[in-house]
Design a protein around this ligand. Structure first.
Ligand SMILES: *Cc1c(COP(=O)(O)O)cnc(C)c1O
Length: 361
């Protein structure tokens, strides 16, 4: 054979579909399809980025010591056990790359984040989808899917696109039941939207096979910057650092993320606005006959009863300049995932859904 052939699994990857950002011929468009922070980044992060700009000719630090120290301070975690990546996606990739290979199995749940099967296939491993129960993670179903080939279990908590939270006791039951040679990844991309929630850090403590991942892309409003982090046992972090490129995070990214994590007043403000307008929007939609589960995140999973109704409402919302996310690809064809925007956006969404439901669309 003289033909180029990619590694096994690579051509089985379906390219990731990002949220749309434009509607042809419609102005005053608001993007509510990628769970971005409607208020943008902290002004301190913007300042830090500008201050760092003239230093772009210098290579960044390889160990991210200052950013890890800041994260450790704010969260009360040991900085030595933190690893930073190009988004938390990269940290998730490190885990699969370092611990799973051809023929191994990587478990994710039915409505789990679509990056998990992509990452599994990148490593030549086999993604295994496990059913959820009424859009909530089902620990017994995960345990039932176990084989001796299982290497990694991905748990998004709270879930995306479900917005539901698995209770602490259930996370603990899962963590305790896993054999020592299987990694449990607690993907806590939306942890900051729940006051007092540690993202699952407590389940990492005292275990060798549990890691929590976090991101600057959601409440910190830095999705365009690409910074995330993980917190795990020292031995696992030491392994992951070996598959991490030394200069994975840029000088401006490190500076802006550090300033962002130190600005917890801004995080608090964003959390409160999100909670207030998320509650309001959920009530408005429910009144219009569109229920959603209580959200622990910055989005609602609005249920329209049928695929046809969800698609028709999506089309109407688009005509009104409101871009939300269809989630048929996540096994939820009857629903739309709507990012909780600022007050004006929430009011526009509520009004448009009401118009749609009342047949005025
Ligand atoms: C947004 C999101 C991430 C974070 O992605 P980044 O790479 O940090 O931007 C991870 N997991 C889930 C479930 C998400 O929704």
């Amino acid at each position: 054979m003289t033909q180029l052939t990619p590694q096994p699994g690579i051509m089985d990857i379906a390219l990731y579909q990002g949220g749309a950002a434009h509607v042809k011929g419609v102005s005053n468009v608001v993007k509510l399809s990628s769970n971005e922070n409607p208020f943008g980044p902290s002004p301190r992060a913007i300042d830090a980025l500008a201050t760092a700009a003239p230093e772009m000719h210098r290579y960044p630090s390889t160990d991210h010591a200052e950013l890890r120290a800041a994260i450790g301070d704010v969260h009360g975690l040991d900085p030595a056990r933190i690893i930073c990546g190009v988004g938390s996606d990269e940290v998730l990739q490190f885990v699969v790359q370092a611990y799973a290979g051809p023929g191994d199995e990587v478990i994710h749940t039915e409505h789990g984040f679509s990056m998990y099967p992509i990452l599994a296939r990148m490593a030549g491993a086999v993604p295994v989808s496990v059913p959820e129960k009424n859009r909530c993670v089902d620990v017994d179903a995960i345990l039932a899917a176990f084989t001796e080939k299982t290497r990694v279990v991905f748990l998004t908590n709270p879930g995306n696109p479900t917005s539901t939270m698995l209770p602490e006791a259930e996370v603990e039951r899962l963590a305790a039941a896993l054999p020592g040679n299987v990694i449990l990844v607690l993907d806590a991309a939306y942890a900051e939207f729940t006051e007092g929630f540690d993202g699952g850090a407590c389940h990492v403590e005292g275990r060798e096979n549990v890691i929590m991942t976090r991101t600057f892309s959601k409440i910190y409003g830095l999705g365009g910057l690409r910074v995330g982090w993980g917190y795990g046992p020292q031995a696992m972090i030491d392994v992951l650092n070996r598959v991490r490129q030394p200069f994975n995070l840029s000088v401006p990214a490190l500076a802006a993320a550090e300033a962002a994590v130190r600005d917890q007043d801004y995080v608090l403000h964003c959390r409160q606005e999100n909670a207030k307008w998320g509650r309001w929007l959920a009530e408005e939609l429910a009144e219009a006959g569109v229920p959603s589960d209580p959200s622990s995140t910055n989005f609602l999973l609005a249920r329209f009863g049928s695929k046809a109704a969800a698609e028709a409402c999506d089309t109407y919302l688009q005509s009104q300049g409101l871009i939300v996310r269809k989630v048929a690809g996540y096994g939820l064809p009857e629903a739309l995932r709507i990012t909780i925007g600022d007050e004006e956006s929430c009011r526009r969404v509520a009004a448009a859904v009401k118009e749609f439901k009342e047949g005025r669309a």
